[in-house]
Design a protein around this ligand. Structure first.
Ligand code: NAP
Ligand code: MG
Length: 496
């Protein structure tokens, strides 16, 4: 399983039907909002049209989630029974992983092999892991005085609104849905407009696998309509969000303007990869470049800033340039494609704009760029770019969300740490050193939710994922994520 070369993709493609209605209360419902056209960035061709969710449709989805929650059909199950259903759901996703992977590739342009072997594996793993974990999460009886008994029990929060981006569309959805559902909540998912079809199919598979009607609803639609309606809804208890810092802050405002719901923002990043003098230099630079270009650079953790000692700057530019030249965009349906297309032509313009402004302001570029658009006519292809960047430049500070690596020179360890910490973000940082003491001491000084030492993108379901500063404060994955979707109840019993 999850070996792309063993799949008959032509057959998967000819059998593929994209869902294009809302999924509410276990049924397909025609949206009453504006039409949303899904365009494939692979070739600019229309995939399908969806009548999107209006404010009233979101209302209906929330009402369905609330009524399912109050009925106890899911929230009232023993954790073990919910867990078993999530494990069955994971298996059902695995059985349909090919069509989901193909859908993601057509929707947002990532290479099919990565969609199937990496993303779908992560999605299955997430549901399976929380399914297996949930009946091992125990309540507490604190050691109070002998004449009383205190119970600390964990209760599902109620209705969870999940709003996710397009870059790892089903992984992000799974990281929210799996702990929220495992804990007994009902969920309304607002996928990104580009990746609505894969989310809709996921909900249908959940229903087929025995997740009751109303427990998992999907309202594809526009952020400013459906996303906002969820954020402002008085009957949504929790918002879990992954996306940009600007929109994450809007959700905090929506909460303040409505019912003070809990908001868990997981936001942007500008990962610094800090290579110290004693590091395995070639390995560090190569891994950082790959870590910047993976998923066409559209990763919140992309290693988009490479920090090297000044006397090794030229060498770093040369190695990173070599990796950039190898990572040529190609048809994402080609199983050998190292890179696919960016998510949309608008996003292509945004990424190209950063590079054009860097060039105009005098930065040296090893390009790359939009010339790769010849891959497929109408597609949104962009070849990796390496920039010799000044630390204060726009390209070195802002999140580009494309395959653009800024290489920045430092003169001392203190300066390197200062540069690593000087953007508004604090999601992840990478440190390359062979000195054990520095590995610990420098890691402590890096203001980031995740620090990788001599590795990049290590991850496991047992380990939390999330940032600090403007990268937000939510944590996905691990048992800690269950805290986001549960309330602790204290019950005192008088024994005197
Ligand atoms: P985005 O614009 O913030 O969109 C994310 C979601 O919010 C989409 O579903 C979007 O809907 C919705 N939305 C947009 N405007 C809204 C509004 N006014 N009110 C309510 N909802 C709204 O993010 P993006 O640019 O598409 O995605 C990339 C960002 O996600 C990057 O900043 C990246 O770093 C971040 N990210 C973070 C993590 C993490 O775990 N920290 C992981 C992956 C990505 P529409 O589709 O309709 O616009
Ligand atoms: Mg958007």
């Amino acid at each position: 399983m999850f070996t792309a070369t063993t799949v008959s993709w032509d057959r998967v493609r000819s059998d593929l039907t994209l869902r294009n209605e809302l999924f509410i209360d276990g049924a397909w419902v025609r949206g009453s909002g504006e039409e949303l056209t899904l365009v494939s960035p692979r070739d600019g061709q229309e995939l399908t049209r969806i009548a999107s969710a209006s404010v009233e449709d979101v209302d209906r989805a929330v009402a369905s989630a609330r009524s399912a929650f109050d009925s106890g059909v899911w929230s009232g199950l023993a954790p073990r029974d919910r867990g078993q259903r999530l494990i069955a759901f994971a298996q059902h996703i695995a059985d349909h992983a090919e069509e989901l992977a193909l859908t993601i590739t057509l929707e947002m342009g990532k290479p099919l092999r990565q969609a199937y072997e990496t993303e779908l594996r992560a999605v299955v793993n997430s549901f399976r892991w929380y399914g297996e974990a949930i009946d091992k999460v125990l309540d507490e009886t604190p050691s109070t005085a002998p004449d009383s008994l205190a119970l600390v029990t964990r209760e599902p929060a109620g209705v969870v609104g999940a709003v996710v981006p397009w870059n790892f569309p089903l992984t992000m959805a799974a990281w929210k849905l799996a702990p929220a559902l495992a804990a007994g909540n009902s969920v309304v998912l607002k996928p990104d407009e580009h990746t609505s079809a894969s989310a809709l199919r996921l909900a249908e598979l959940a229903f087929e696998a025995g997740i009751p009607a109303g427990v998992f609803n999907v309202v594809p639609g526009f952020g400013a309509v459906a996303g906002q309606a969820l954020g402002l809804h008085p009957d949504v208890d929790v918002i879990t969000f992954t996306g940009s810092t600007a929109v994450g802050r809007k959700f905090l405002e929506y909460a303040a303007q409505s019912n003070g719901k809990r908001v868990w923002p997981e936001l942007g990043g500008k990962t610094a990869s800090l290579v110290l003098d004693d590091a395995d230099f070639v390995k560090a630079v190569e891994a950082s470049a790959h870590g910047c270009f993976y998923n066409q650079g559209q990763m919140c953790t992309a290693a988009s800033r490479l920090l090297v000692p000044r006397h090794r700057l030229d060498e770093a530019l040369e190695i990173a340039g070599r990796i950039a030249a190898l990572q040529r965009p190609a048809d994402p349906l080609d199983l050998d494609a190292p890179m696919g297309s960016l998510v949309s032509s608008q996003h292509l313009d945004r990424v190209a704009g950063f590079v054009e402004r860097a060039a105009a302001s005098g930065s040296d570029l090893i390009a790359g760029g939009s010339e790769a658009n010849a891959v497929i006519e109408g597609g949104s292809y962009f070849a990796p770019v390496v920039v010799n960047a000044a630390r204060e430049s726009e390209i070195a500070r802002q999140e580009v969300f494309g395959p653009v690596l800024s290489v920045i020179a430092f003169d001392s360890l203190d300066e390197a740490i200062e540069i690593a910490n000087e953007t508004e973000f604090g999601l992840a940082a990478t440190l390359w050193t062979t000195d054990l003491k520095n590995a610990h001491l420098v890691s402590r000084r890096l203001r980031a939710g995740i620090v990788w030492v001599n590795c990049f993108e290590e991850g496991d379901m047992t380990v939390p994922f999330g940032g600090v500063k403007s990268s937000g404060f939510g944590r996905d994955k691990s048992l800690h994520a269950i805290d986001k979707f549960t309330d602790l109840k204290t019950t005192w019993i008088d024994l005197s």
